[in-house]
Design a protein. Structure first.
Length: 296
């Protein structure tokens, strides 16, 4: 991800966050919070809209605000005034003091603003996407999968020997009567999970039937006219019709470029967000007064 998180962007973000923190330290307190007057203006509503939509983008917020009808604007203003009044009353009662939930919400608010700066700064190029794909190819490997149906007989209900015998008898019947894939639900007993398994991986099949049966079924050649088995699972015996098996493959980047780009952007945003947080942490001096029990 070295190409994605370019040094100038990191510097830009660090400077931006530094100015943001500095402004918070030196700016005078908002007198409106101590008054009984709630000022409704465009800037206040733009901020309100951005927090509501969870998207820190002034241009988008302005477009949304301007697109509101008179009735919708009245509702927005009413919500803003209600929220502002309740917020001020809570502060007046000192409800923010030593409240961990409020502390977490304030942290989330700052991270929300930081995310807005980061999202605006990230620019993942085609070369970045290709580099990310090459470095993470294993994440995009498509596992082999199969499609099959089965008819089941329970060992808990019949015992192992009888359950197997029932499955063998049913196998002969299904093949002699040329029973179709779609008719499997009319035969056998109710299984804990599914009857039909469409495009499922070996891990998924193993989670329902156990690894030995999953391995055995994956080794079958597809045949939409023949039932095979019986196969023993963790729950009993099964007669199976396998209609499709697709080998695992490594897709070309062009086939999944959109998904890879989304992943690359998400990773870049997460890393740059962490850099922004560390930039904030670095502005503070940490004094350690805590001593470990062993005195170290």
């Amino acid at each position: 991800m070295k190409n994605i998180i370019r040094e100038p962007l990191v510097h830009f973000l660090a400077i931006g966050m530094g100015l943001f923190i500095l402004f918070g330290l030196v700016a005078p307190a908002n007198d409106n919070l101590d008054s009984k007057t709630i000022v409704v203006n465009r800037n206040a509503l733009l901020t309100f809209v951005q927090y509501r939509s969870k998207a820190f983008n002034p241009e988008v917020a302005a477009a949304r605000l301007d697109a509101l009808s008179a009735a919708e604007l009245d509702l927005l203003i009413a919500d803003f005034v209600r929220e502002e009044a309740l917020h001020r009353q809570a502060l007046a009662l000192g409800m923010d003091a030593n409240d961990y939930v409020i502390k977490q919400r304030l942290i989330q608010s700052l991270q929300f603003i930081t995310n807005g700066f980061v999202n605006a700064a990230i620019d993942v190029s085609d070369e970045d996407v290709a580099e990310y794909y090459e470095a993470n190819k294993d994440d995009y490997f498509v596992d082999p999968y199969i499609t099959f149906t089965h008819v089941y007989f329970s060992t808990d209900r019949h015992g192992a020997e009888q359950a197997r015998a029932l499955a063998e008898t049913k196998l002969a019947q299904l093949n002699s009567e040329s029973v179709h894939f779609s008719e499997s639900t009319r035969h056998g007993e109710r299984f804990l999970y599914n009857v039909n398994y469409v495009e499922r991986t070996a891990d998924f099949i193993a989670s329902h039937f156990g690894t030995p049966m999953a391995t055995a079924v994956f080794e079958l050649e597809p045949d939409s006219e023949t039932w095979r088995g019986p196969f023993e699972s963790s729950y009993g015996y099964h007669v199976v019709m396998l209609t499709r098996r697709t080998d695992g493959n490594q897709p070309e980047l062009s086939e999944i470029e959109a998904a890879v780009r989304d992943d690359a952007e998400r990773i870049a945003i997460n890393e740059l967000n962490e850099l922004a947080v560390q930039a904030i942490v670095a502005t503070y001096d940490v004094r350690m007064d805590y001593e470990l029990e062993n005195g170290e």
